[in-house]
Design a protein around this ligand. Structure first.
Ligand code: TRP
Length: 77
């Protein structure tokens, strides 16, 4: 079982268009992409911050729900 260093909270990402990317960035002094997940419209990903993941980048139009509130990412115009 992977250790979770920050919290047990999840974030919920719901794609509002095809091809939304959910990108996990590594924890620690070296910050790089370690995983990229593609979501099509209507698909949902539920993710946590973990020992390996300190930041999550979302590209494309999606609704993001967190313990801090809701935000919508927009597609590049
Ligand atoms: N193996 C990764 C981890 O435990 C899986 C993961 C967790 C992930 N949260 C993520 C991948 C967010 C992408 C985005 O950290």
């Amino acid at each position: 079982m992977e250790k979770n260093t920050s919290s047990n909270e999840y974030i919920v990402i719901k794609a509002q268009e095809d091809g939304v990317s959910v990108i996990g960035l590594t924890r620690g002094s070296d910050t790089r992409f370690h995983h990229s997940e593609k979501l099509d419209e209507g698909e949902v990903m539920i993710a946590q911050f973990t020992e390996h993941t300190s930041a999550i980048k979302i590209r494309g139009h999606a609704k993001i729900s967190t313990a801090y509130g809701e935000v919508e990412s927009e597609k590049k115009s």
